[in-house]
Design a protein around this ligand. Structure first.
Ligand SMILES: [Zn+2]
Length: 279
């Protein structure tokens, strides 16, 4: 029965491929129907920004429709930040996937090369920059999204990030979305339609034409503004499910670039960080 239904669908698709004017309309309708039941893939390191996105998407779509993704790329702070993320996922019943990524083999930055110290420097050339990290992560996320039936991938880039982390620029995510559309699009879409979609993506942010799309809801927002919004729905204790320090100790150092930005957001919102710092 299953097999014969598959044959009928295949025959239908072969017919539609020979009728381009119907193909695109059918493709759009099918696309909208499929999106109704799709999950959201939240890249969730365990940091404060990705926690904020996790909370907002969990509340909007329900925990059963969320897949949480973390990356172990040899970073000093993996153990602590991943522990925070796992605690959250366990407590809120959310699926958690962690992918190992061998960025440590490339080295060259203090997060993955432990012989380079994590400095307190906040300049554009700070030691914690991992070149093209987000490009690598987003392509892996796109692959997982396809397998898990997700139509959205989130990334926690925020307004402060692009000064030092070039792959947090809005234009970079726009081009990643073009690449995903070209590489992962539904097989019933013709090449001509894909090309039109990509031109359209380059000029707009219309979400409906994407099969799988990266969303960066915080990309124009400062960390303290995001935190202020979260604190309208949650008590500050929710931040116990996060950890930001690049040094990765049992307690956050309070001095590295990530700690400095985290401390600033809590100070602006006049609340005490439940995770605390060494200094
Ligand atoms: Zn720190």
């Amino acid at each position: 029965m299953q097999e014969s239904r598959g044959l009928v669908i295949d025959a239908g698709l072969i017919y539609l491929r020979s009728q381009p004017k119907y193909l695109n309309r059918f493709s759009d309708i099918l696309h909208k129907y499929e999106r109704l039941n799709m999950k959201k893939l939240i890249t969730f390191s365990g940091g404060a920004d990705s926690l904020a996105i996790m909370l907002e998407y969990k509340d909007k779509y329900g925990p059963e429709n969320i897949v949480s993704l973390g990356f172990n790329y040899g970073q000093r702070h993996f153990k602590m930040e991943n522990a925070a993320a796992v605690r959250f996922c366990n407590d809120f019943n959310i699926e958690r996937v962690v992918l190992d990524v061998p960025i440590g083999q490339i080295g060259g930055c203090s997060l993955v090369d432990h012989s380079i110290p994590v400095t307190t420097d906040m300049s554009q050339q700070r030691s914690t920059v991992v070149p093209m990290r987000n490009g690598i992560f987003m392509m892996l996320a796109a692959s997982l999204a396809q397998v898990k039936g997700c139509d959205v991938i989130t990334h926690g880039a925020c307004a402060e990030d692009e000064v030092a982390y070039r792959d947090c620029r809005p234009i970079f995510f726009q081009f990643l979305n073009c690449a995903i559309q070209a590489g992962l699009t539904s097989p019933i879409k013709g090449s001509e339609q894909i090309q039109k979609d990509i031109v359209h993506i380059s000029c707009s942010h219309e979400p409906d034409i994407f099969d799988i799309k990266i969303e960066t809801p915080l990309i124009l927002e400062k960390k303290e503004t995001t935190m202020a919004r979260i604190l309208k729905s949650y008590s500050v204790d929710i931040y116990k499910y996060s950890y930001s320090c690049y040094n990765g100790g049992e307690q956050q150092c309070g001095c590295c670039p990530a700690c400095q930005e985290r401390k600033h957001a809590f100070a602006v919102n006049k609340v005490i960080d439940p995770v605390g710092y060494m200094s």
